[in-house]
Write a protein that binds this ligand. Structure first.
Ligand code: ZN
Length: 111
């Protein structure tokens, strides 16, 4: 992913509107690109800061840390999704093998 594309996805990332593929590429990019990370950080601060004002949140809160938590949780979600997909694929493969064995024995017994 290029900087231009990453920066165009900043808003969608903050609103959590990226699909898994985009999210993975976006995270890979911003974790290795200081410019885009900064862009994300600024947008995040503005967005969350305004939301906090809207909701009369009092007290200080660390938006930089909050963004890092968001990034960490999205990473975790991606990893979990991948594992779930892999598990489904294994179950599907086992089922196909089971059916083949079953059919083999069924028709094998008839012949
Ligand atoms: Zn970049």
């Amino acid at each position: 992913m290029r900087c231009r594309q990453a920066q165009s996805l900043v808003g969608a990332f903050i609103k959590d509107e990226l699909d898994d593929e985009q999210l993975k590429e976006f995270l890979d990019h911003i974790e290795n690109c200081a410019d885009c990370y900064e862009e994300l950080e600024v947008s995040y601060m503005v967005t969350e800061g305004l939301a906090a004002l809207d909701h009369d949140v009092t007290g200080t809160f660390d938006l930089k840390k909050s963004l890092q938590n968001v990034i960490r949780s999205r990473r975790k979600r991606l990893a979990l999704g991948r594992r779930r997909k892999l598990r489904l694929r294994i179950i599907a493969a086992l089922f196909v093998i089971f059916m083949i064995v079953l059919l083999f024995f069924y028709f094998g017994g008839l012949i």
